[in-house]
Design a protein around this ligand. Structure first.
Ligand code: FES
Length: 198
């Protein structure tokens, strides 16, 4: 009997030892729900794809376990001879990526909406998309004064922090203290999806 107890104790000990290292390798998936099969997001250094999966016997849309982003091959730049002995700091350059932020039918003609997407740094970001009869424009939802998020209101994109107002048609400044228009983001539509490059 005591031998059986000893075996159970050893087994529990082994499980406790191996559980922690496994937890270290667990993948953190995006916190928001995917919208359609095949949707891709860049999150914490991995690219996740939306897939169908069974949970408790029900088919749901969920994220796969993601693939690690490949680091772009370094490009050769001409040698620079610095006249100063002071070492310079080169900022980290991360290439822009294409982000699917919505389905085309979510934005009817002559309307404006805010969508969310994960940008190239892995952070969730708000994108304002304006659809006129013939044109599609995307803007950042970050106020150019001190970085608060603007809201879509009747008279324009309104910043709640210091009351700046931007034009609903193009993000130009209508009222300070902001001095610059909202950042323009490249946007296109393909296969019924709205895609920004950021
Ligand atoms: S941060 Fe928007 S007006 Fe100041």
């Amino acid at each position: 009997m005591s031998q059986i107890r000893r075996r159970i104790f050893t087994l529990s000990l082994l499980i406790a030892i191996f559980q922690k290292p496994l937890a270290l390798f667990a993948v953190t998936k995006p916190k928001f729900q995917p919208k359609f099969v095949g949707q891709k997001v860049n999150f914490q250094g991995r690219v996740f794809t939306a897939v169908k999966g069974k949970v408790n016997g029900k088919m749901i849309l969920t994220w796969d376990s993601g693939k690690v982003l490949s680091t772009p091959a370094p490009t050769k730049s001409p040698e620079v001879i610095s006249p100063s002995p002071t070492p310079s700091v080169t900022p980290r350059i991360v290439e822009k990526i294409e982000i699917v932020i919505a389905q085309s039918n979510e934005l009817p003609s002559n309307s404006v909406k805010k969508f969310e997407g994960i940008n190239r740094y892995g952070y969730q970001k708000g994108y304002i998309v304006i659809r006129s009869e013939s044109n599609l424009i995307a803007l950042s939802d970050i106020c150019t004064h001190q970085g608060c998020k603007v809201n879509i209101e009747k008279e324009g994109f309104h910043c709640p922090c210091h009351n700046a107002l931007f034009d609903l048609k193009n993000g130009q400044v209508l009222r300070g203290p902001a001095a610059h228009p909202l950042e323009s983001i490249p946007v296109r539509e393909e296969s019924g999806k709205i895609i920004v490059t950021d």
